[in-house]
Design a protein around this ligand. Structure first.
Ligand code: UD1
Length: 367
C-alpha cells in the first residue's frame, strides 16, 4: 500500500531542502510524495524559479497564505493546512527548516493527531528574539521524528529532554540539493554574466530583521558595505525585505556604488554559480553558512550568534559585527583560504537516509 507523505515548503530556503527528498521518494514504490506549497513566498523570483531550477513539479496543493504579521501569516497557514489535512489525511507530514510555515503546519497537523517529521531539527541559536528560533523550538517540541544535520543538534535536543528514539542524525540535506544540480551550477556562466570573469568579488546577502528592519542598523550596514566595496567588488542580490527597508528609510541611493552590483533575487543555479567562485561571502543567512563551508569559501556572517556552530568550528564561517566588516574583509583578502573540513554526513546522501528513516517509521507504526 502506498503511503502519502506531505512535503511542506513555504519560503525560498525550503525548496532546496524539499527537492532532494521529493526526488528520492518519487522513485520509491511504497510511498507517494505530495508537494504542499504554503505560499509564504509567492513572487516568482522567490518561489517559481526555485521550483523550476530544482526540477520540482507544480505543487499538488497551493495554500496561498502570502505575507502579513507573524500571527497573521502563522494563523492563515494553520487554518489552510488544517483544511487540507482534513480532506487528504496524509500518513506523514514532513516540515523543513525554521520558517513560519514550518511551525504552522507542524502545529496544525499534530493537533489533528497526524505524524510529523522535522528535517533540519535541533538547531539552536539560543536567541529567542529571532522568529526562526521560536519556530525551531515549537516544531521540535511536537514532531515525532527529528532529523538532525550535525552532532550539536543532537546535543541540543537531548538537553531539552527529547527522547533518544525521536532523534535521527541524517546529515545536511542542503548539500544534496547542491550535488543534485552540481553539473548545471558548474556549467552556468556565474561571474562572467556580470562582466566579472577572472575578477575577485564577494557575494553579499542580508535580510535578517535584526539587521535590516531598523533604520540605525540598516545605516550601519549600508556604511559597512559601501566601505567594503573599496576593497573588493560586491555582488548583492537584494531580498524583498531588504529592498523594502531601503525604500522605507530612503536609503536605496546610499547603496549605489560603482563596485556594488545590486541585483534582484537570483535562482538557485545562478546564485550558487556565483557563490562557488566568490573570493568570500558576506551574509546573515542560515543556509549560506553551510554552503560556503561545503564549498570552502570564506564566510563572514553579520550576526551575534549562529544556530549552525559547526560552520565556525569545522568550516569557513566567522561571526562579526557590521562595524567590523571592512577590517574582517581585509583580513580575509590577506589570508590564505581557511582550512576547512566538511562535517560528517554532509555528503549528498541525506535524502536516502531520510527515506530509510520514513520507511522504518511506517514499518514500526504498522507492527
Ligand atoms: C523568511 C523566513 C526566514 C528566511 C527567509 C528567506 C520566517 C519567520 N522567516 O523571511 O527565516 O531566512 O524567509 O527568504 O519565516 N515578500 C515578497 N515576495 C515574496 C515573499 C515575501 O515581496 O515572495 C516580501 C513581503 O512583502 C514581506 C517580506 O518580503 O513583507 C518578508 O517576507 P516574509 O515571508 O515575512 O519573511 P522573510 O523576511 O522572507
Amino acid at each position: 500500500m502506498s503511503r502519502f507523505v506531505h512535503l511542506v515548503a513555504g519560503a525560498r530556503p525550503n525548496f532546496m531542502k524539499v527537492a532532494p527528498l521529493y526526488h528520492q521518494l518519487a522513485r520509491a514504490d511504497w510511498c507517494r510524495p505530495v508537494l504542499v506549497h504554503t505560499g509564504q513566498h509567492y513572487s516568482s523570483e522567490m518561489s517559481e524559479t526555485f521550483i523550476r531550477d530544482l526540477d520540482l513539479p507544480t505543487p499538488d496543493h497551493q495554500l496561498s497564505i502570502g505575507s502579513g504579521s507573524h500571527a497573521e501569516q502563522t494563523a492563515r497557514c494553520m487554518i489552510a493546512y488544517e483544511k487540507l489535512c482534513t480532506l487528504t489525511a496524509p500518513d506523514l507530514v514532513v516540515v523543513v527548516g525554521d520558517v513560519n510555515s514550518t511551525m504552522a503546519c507542524a502545529l496544525a497537523a499534530k493537533k489533528l493527531g497526524l505524524d510529523v517529521a522535522h528535517l533540519e531539527a535541533g538547531l539552536r541559536s539560543g536567541d529567542r528574539s529571532m522568529p526562526e528560533e521560536i519556530n525551531r523550538l515549537v516544531t521540535d517540541a511536537i514532531a515525532d521524528l527529528l532529523w538532525t544535520p550535525s552532532p550539536d543538534a543532537d546535543v541540543n535536543l537531548r538537553t531539552e529532554g527529547v527522547s533518544e528514539n525521536r532523534i535521527h542524525r541524517v546529515g545536511n540535506i542542503m548539500i544534496d540539493a547542491y550535488e543534485l544540480l552540481r553539473d548545471r551550477i558548474e556549467a552556468a556562466p556565474g561571474p562572467s554574466s556580470l562582466g566579472l570573469a577572472g575578477e575577485d568579488y564577494a557575494v553579499v546577502t542580508l535580510h535578517r530583521p535584526s539587521n535590516v528592519d531598523t533604520q540605525t542598523k540598516l545605516e550601519e550596514l549600508v556604511s559597512a558595505v559601501t566601505q567594503t566595496a573599496e576593497q573588493i567588488r560586491l555582488v548583492f542580490p537584494l531580498h524583498p525585505r531588504t529592498s523594502a527597508a531601503l525604500e522605507r528609510f530612503g536609503m536605496t541611493a546610499a547603496l549605489k556604488h560603482p563596485r556594488i552590483h545590486l541585483l534582484s533575487p537570483l535562482g538557485y543555479v545562478d546564485f550558487m554559480s556565483l557563490v562557488r567562485r566568490a573570493r568570500l561571502v558576506i551574509t546573515d543567512s542560515g543556509g549560506l553558512q553551510e554552503e560556503t563551508t561545503y564549498l570552502g569559501v570564506p564566510c563572514l556572517t553579520i550576526r551575534k550568534n549562529t544556530e549552525r556552530p559547526i560552520t565556525v568550528t569545522e568550516g569557513t564561517n566567522r561571526l562579526i559585527d557590521a562595524a567590523d566588516l571592512p577590517v574582517a574583509v581585509a583580513q580575509c583578502l590577506a589570508d590564505e583560504a581557511p582550512a576547512a573540513r566538511r562535517p560528517e554526513l554532509w555528503d549528498g546522501h541525506t535524502a536516502e537516509r531520510v527515506a530509510r528513516s520514513i520507511r522504518e517509521f511506517f514499518t514500526a507504526r504498522s507492527a
